[in-house]
Design a protein. Sequence first.
Length: 361
Amino acid sequence: MFRSSRPSRRAVLAGFGAAALLGTAMAVPHATASPRTGADAPERLAAPAAAELAGALRGELGARSAGSYYDAAHRALVVNVLDRAAARQAEEHGARARIVRHSLRELGAAQRVLERRATIAGTSWSADPRSNRVEVVADRTVRGAALARLRAVVDGLGDRASLRRVPGELAPSLSGGDGIRRSGGGCSLGFNVVKDGKPYFLTAGHCGKAGSVWSPTSGSAVGTMEDSRFPGDDFALVRYTANTAHPSEVNLYNGTAQPITKAGEAIVGQKIQRSGRTTQLRGGEVMALDATVNYQQGTVKGLIKAAVCADRGDSGGSMFAGDTALGLTSGGTIGCGGGRKGPMYFQPVTEALTAYGAGIH
């Protein structure tokens, strides 16, 4: 479904972010705060409000904050902190707080070690605010000497990191909302956007190169790719060249569509949906932010990691929550059989919008 957008300002990331790897390492035991009840209970928050509160608290707590996530069951923001004074401060603002062992500085340092010593195709890593560790993922292609090297690096990080094997292969899921194609391959349309008053759409950068011509899965050409960024990032901009309807909505593959009115930042624990031409509409949950993925084709950083499935042909497709655009399908462990839930990785849509000076309208 060819869709569109008003320029949106990039929000502060809630949870772990590469730009906020500050903190003081304190050896304190893990301690999860129980939900408060009665008159002292925090106000129940929707995920967008929790993301906004997380950004505000990270600025206020500074180095004493160690990430956050959304508790969907209790509709509450959980903030990791390093001391009891910070916990009280977070709770005064309506969040739940828990004291954790590792600061953002420690977890950031662990990720930099992985980047220097274990950038191996078929691996990914991201800071998990629930476990207060860096979770390292290795697919089935990582074996032999490469797997031994990865295990040694992870073991050397102690309780700051853990290793998880996943079936399948971490790969860009080439080919989203509505299907789109070019000569030599297909992808999915992410979101319709507007730049300088003209209609464009976003998709994944690995789908094609600047100058490639794009069409619906059946029909004549509707657009030309003006820019493509991959690896490093994974987003691309296609300019409409035909008089084609481009509503700001996502195909739900049940005869209806979800209107998209804005772009926003994801938060760990948030329930999301993704739409793509191959596996259509699927639901899941955000697992981590600022993830690094080492595809065979190169490394992509700053991705959203989610427990949701996708398959080849879904690349570039829409990741969203209600009327809010969140991301573009990049890749992960391919397939939806057997109840598989990824992990899949998504390019934050706000980064693409900022790079291109575009917006949801």
